[in-house]
Ligand binder design. Structure first.
Ligand code: ZN
Length: 135
């Protein structure tokens, strides 16, 4: 079994934003030299997340962010967390901090319309994404 681990940075520009990191992840998989196995994309942050969704029409991620904003308001009566970013923590937990993608012949097995996104819920910040490839 071969294991490769790599990290890259994502600089976000807004408070809530979805950054397409598909090319960076594919680059890590290519560099690993692992042809068949799986890839885990992980972030160690409590106010960010990793998700997979459509990267063909940029309006899709805008609609996801709009929906989150409506469902999980920044200020809600009853929030107790003194830092003032409870909504960011809730969004992070709903989306989750990792995704797994299968790798075949050195290529991520993503659907035609799928892309991998780093989700920023409390930016702007510089974040780290960890990618582990096992094969
Ligand atoms: Zn907090």
């Amino acid at each position: 079994m071969d294991i490769a681990l790599d990290t890259f940075e994502v600089r976000t520009g807004g408070r809530c934003e979805m950054v397409d990191i598909t090319a960076e992840v594919a680059g890590v998989v290519g560099k690993s030299g692992i042809n068949d196995g799986e890839c885990t994309v992980y972030c160690k942050h409590t106010t960010a997340a990793i998700t997979i969704n459509e990267n063909a029409d940029p309006d899709v991620v805008e609609d996801i962010l709009l929906t989150l904003e409506k469902l999980i308001p920044k200020d809600l009566d009853g929030y107790r967390h003194i830092e003032g970013n409870s909504d960011s923590h809730v969004k992070s937990s709903l989306f989750g901090c990792s995704e797994q993608i299968l790798v075949k012949e050195g290529v991520l097995l993503l659907g035609t319309w799928q892309g991998i996104y780093f989700c920023e819920f409390d930016g702007p910040r510089t974040r780290q994404v960890i990618v582990q490839v096992i094969g």
